[in-house]
Design a binder for this molecule. Structure first.
Ligand code: SAH
Ligand code: SF4
Ligand code: F3S
Length: 454
């Protein structure tokens, strides 16, 4: 083997789960002696960590892949890998479509990358998509940020929303133990990380698959119990979690967030539609009334909490009136942020084969109308910060203005203010908010923190 270090490149599509997996796979590759290359064309190993939540996400991968498959004709030593959700969805079919591929690996195999690569380097074309018990990984992830980090708490999803590919590509729910989660957070605290986001597709399901019940018959391990178990990890100043499912959201959880000082006042609870018949067709397991009750309960305990969600427009059969119920819910609840998408039929999901599909024109018209209202509402919500003093955790320099730094409030609003990133990175700064926009704020630091201990 040559003494020139081998270089790897990873491009990540999709959600935070995929980003967290990519960081772990990057850690494994670096442990094996690979060095990161920003430019895929300089890399000896290229890994696409893919997303198949919507058709356009899936298509992007094929165009990237096509280019590298061509490059492989000139550079036969190039190792090409497709990981993530498209890999899981397509499996062997992907090898037939792109024969230049060396490996197709599903998300449950991310921690096994080293073993799988050994098979590739031994000359095999590898398909790793069978359901497995996800092992605790022992390699340190290579994390993008030095301030905020993701920590998986539950993999997979046991729901069966009729539009969604996730359960078939991510497998059944598998919770990590509270001890493993706490140990990862303690390590992060020691390394100087300040904020942790606990991750799960349906994080309220945490612990259902772990053994043990309380004397009252409750699961011994719930998300709420986990929060109490990890909230005092030294060094970690802020804790967030996502994504919450309205079906399982509890008052106990809100009370824990109110009680535990490190828990940030932000909830991400997708509602998907404001119409009960559509919610039923989606198999979401709640009504819009129940959703509103959850929001009322949050606002009862934590009046200032910021609330974000996801919504889909143009689900099969959605009438104009049903769509307007989604607008109405947004109007009345006033979300701080809403991720929106036009319904995209996914292979193997029930709704994909229903006959009442809507045209692309109707879907994109509704998406535009919804997005318009999203910005209006977000701008209204931002205004409440004007003149207030907010705690901002500084993450990076403002890419557009190097005299400024960028961070987030506890409510998760991006905030910019004048300052030196070398001094402020990773610091919690009190910032007086002087300007508000729909999705971000600007302000002035009112306390200059202690120099960072480097
Ligand atoms: N587990 C989370 C969401 C995971 S997927 C939940 O249950 O809320 C992230 C978002 O993608 C979803 O909230 C949904 O709004 C969107 N999404 C999922 N499948 C989709 C599809 N087929 N078409 C359009 N959007 C979709
Ligand atoms: Fe998909 Fe529903 Fe599971 Fe969320 S809860 S990942 S939308 S199936
Ligand atoms: Fe996409 Fe898979 Fe996440 S489909 S949204 S990367 S779970």
């Amino acid at each position: 083997m040559s003494s020139i270090p081998r270089r790897y490149h990873i491009t990540t599509f999709g959600c935070q789960m995929n980003k967290a997996d990519s960081e772990r796979m990057a850690g494994i590759l670096e442990n094996m002696g690979f060095q990161f290359s920003e430019d895929p064309n300089q890399a000896d190993l290229i890994l696409y960590n893919t997303c198949s939540i919507r058709d356009n996400a899936e298509h992007k991968v094929y165009s990237y892949l096509g280019r590298q498959a061509k490059r492989k004709l000139q550079h036969p030593n190039l190792t090409l890998i497709v990981a993530g959700c498209v890999a899981q969805q397509e499996g062997e079919a992907l090898l037939r479509r792109v024969p230049e591929l060396d490996m197709v690996m599903g998300p449950q195999h991310a921690n096994r990358l080293e073993d799988l690569l050994e098979q590739v380097f031994a000359g095999n074309q590898v398909v790793a998509t069978e359901a497995v018990h996800i092992m605790e990984d022992i390699t340190k992830p290579r994390r993008e940020s030095q301030v905020t980090a993701w920590v998986n708490v539950i993999y997979g999803c046991n729901e069966r929303c009729t539009y969604c590919i996730v359960p078939s590509v991510r497998g059944i729910e598998q919770s990590r133990t509270p001890e493993a989660i706490r140990a990862e957070m303690e390590e992060l605290g020691r390394q100087g990380y300040k904020e942790v986001t606990l991750l799960g597709q349906n994080i309220d399901a945490y612990g259902r698959d772990l053994p043990g019940t309380t004397p009252e018959g409750r699961h011994l391990h719930t998300l709420t119990d986990l929060l109490y178990f990890v909230h005092d990890v030294p060094g970690i100043e802020r804790i967030r979690f996502a994504t919450s499912h309205p079906r399982y959201f509890t008052e106990r959880l809100i009370r824990a967030c109110q009680e535990l000082p490190k828990l940030c006042e932000h909830f991400h609870i997708p509602f998907q539609s404001g119409d009960n018949d559509i919610l039923k067709a989606m198999a979401r397991g709640y009504t819009q009334e129940k959703y509103r009750r959850i929001i009322d309960m949050i606002r009862h305990y934590m009046p200032d909490a910021s609330i974000s969600a996801d919504a889909i427009v143009g689900f099969p059969g959605e009438t104009e009136e049903q769509f307007e119920n989604t607008l109405k819910l947004l109007e009345e609840i006033s979300f701080d942020m809403l991720n929106t998408a036009a319904y995209s039929p996914r292979p193997g999901t029930p709704a994909a084969v229903w006959e009442n599909q809507l045209s692309e024109e109707v879907k994109s018209d509704r998406l535009q109308r919804l997005n318009h209202l999203v910005s209006i509402k977000a701008a209204e919500r931002s205004q409440r910060y004007l003149g207030r003093i907010e705690e901002v955790l500084v993450e990076e320099q403002n890419a557009k203005d190097p005299t400024q730094v960028m961070g987030r409030t506890r409510g998760n609003r991006l905030t910019f203010f004048t300052g030196d990133i070398n001094q402020l990175k990773g610091q919690l700064v009190q910032v007086k908010i002087t300007e508000s926009r729909a999705f971000s704020l600007s302000g002035e630091a009112i306390s200059v923190p202690q120099p960072a201990l480097v």
